[in-house]
Design a protein around this ligand. Structure first.
Ligand SMILES: [Zn+2]
Length: 419
């Protein structure tokens, strides 16, 4: 089209949208609450509803069968006017939701940064297609009303769902709370309530759904204090048998490895495997642990619990200068986790771990080291022998050292000084 009206339409819609937003008392109140640090997840919905209404109003003013060429919303107009403005609502809602969630996390001592929700491009495309397919725009003008608000609210729904999942996956006890708007409908009244995240975690669960004109809200909260990392339900006997079999099979592969055991080092892998207490126990994250930057530790703790059970506490780093804390306590005994990035760094990293364990060993209980060799390219045999040798050189107190690659246990060595 030589005379493309899209740029003009886009400009006036944005201009009016901004004007409506700026004159909204409700939006101003929400901004003030954010500044004061008192905003809540309900404010995310109020914000979304309001800017949804503002966009709807601006659309209705400028998009009519009279303003559109031949009374039609051609595809190129939909794509250059509706697409960017809907996406803009998505961005604004996300920015605000992130600001609010950050405040909530901070006040609960949860060291997680909020995630931006994913843009539901199917829905945006759906709008544009429906508009472009109508011979006369009046037939689809209803889309500019409630559906725009509904779409904007659904951005918050997605934000809540995705962030709740993130909190849950990070090991926090997470609950979903659906609040029914006054006299919404029977379906919504039935859905209202508080759910543990795992009850509603399946994709597309009704709890996260919103029908037309629905103003119900879905919130989540996660616990601030020490929490158990969620684990699978208790294994059934058959599952347990199967798991032990897999473990032992995996291990059989590693028994083919020829080890040259240096002084004071013993291979105690089979002892550990006989002591398997699959999944029995807890992973506890101490208050103050920054969950986002400790994903490796959390995953390793979960792995350890799944394999050997017991209580694993992930400790917050000491902020007092000079004070050192172990990464974990496993049944009360210090544990250091070291991830190896090159075979050359093994000696240095292991030496440090041994030093740390010896430092905690003032109570003479020794300690554990887990070495993760997932990132190393060398053969298991080379790595394992290198570690055994270095352990013998560097250990200063009793140590059980566990070597893992991805989720597989490679070896467990013990260091005990023979007298
Ligand atoms: Zn509802």
């Amino acid at each position: 089209m030589s005379n493309d009206i899209s740029p003009t339409l886009l400009r006036v819609i944005i201009k009016d949208f901004k004007r409506y937003c700026n004159s909204s008392r409700r939006l101003l109140d929400i901004m003030k609450k954010i500044e004061k640090g008192t905003a809540t997840q309900s404010d995310m919905y109020d914000y979304a509803a309001k800017i949804g209404e503002c966009l709807s109003k601006a659309y209705k003013k400028h998009l009519t069968s009279k303003t559109l060429p031949n009374g039609r919303m051609y595809w190129n107009i939909a794509k250059s006017v509706v697409g960017p403005t809907l996406t803009n609502n998505y961005t604004l809602v996300n920015n605000t939701a992130i600001q609010i969630q950050k405040l909530i996390n901070e006040s609960n001592n949860i060291g997680i940064n909020p995630l931006k929700s994913t843009l539901n491009t199917d829905r945006v495309d759906g709008f544009m297609n429906k508009m472009a397919n109508a011979d006369n725009f009046d037939d689809v003008a209803y889309l500019l009303n409630e559906p725009i608000v509904n779409f904007t609210l659904s951005v918050v729904d997605d934000f809540i769902r995705e962030n709740a999942k993130f909190h849950y996956d990070s090991g926090l006890k997470t609950q979903i709370i659906r609040i029914s708007a006054h006299k919404c409908c029977k379906w919504c009244s039935k859905l209202a309530g508080t759910y543990d995240y795992e009850q509603v975690s399946n994709k597309g669960n009704d709890v996260f759904r919103r029908h037309e004109n629905c103003r119900c809200t879905v919130l989540f909260k996660s616990d601030k204090y020490m929490q158990n990392v969620h684990s699978k339900k208790e294994y059934s006997k058959d599952e347990l048998k199967e798991l032990v079999k897999t473990h032992q099979l995996n291990y059989k592969k590693s028994t083919k490895i020829k080890t040259h055991l240096p002084k004071n080092v013993e291979d105690i892998t089979s002892y550990y495997l006989n002591e398997l207490k699959l999944g029995k126990g807890n992973v506890i994250i101490e208050k103050g642990v920054d969950i986002k930057s400790h994903q490796d530790e959390i995953n390793t703790a979960k792995w350890l619990k799944e394999k050997f059970g017991g209580e694993i506490k992930i400790l917050a780093e000491q902020t007092i200068e000079g004070a050192v804390t172990p990464d974990f306590l496993w049944n009360g005994i210090p544990l250091e986790l070291k991830t190896m990035n090159s075979i050359k760094s093994i000696d240095k990293r292991l030496r440090k771990a041994c030093k740390q364990v010896a430092y905690y060993n003032s109570n003479k209980i020794g300690g554990y080291i887990i070495i993760d060799v997932t990132n190393l390219k060398e053969d298991d045999e080379i790595i394992i022998n290198e570690i055994a040798k270095r352990l013998s050189d560097r250990a200063k107190c009793p140590i059980d050292l566990i070597i893992k690659r991805r989720n597989n246990l490679l070896k467990v060595f013990s260091y005990r000084k023979k007298v």
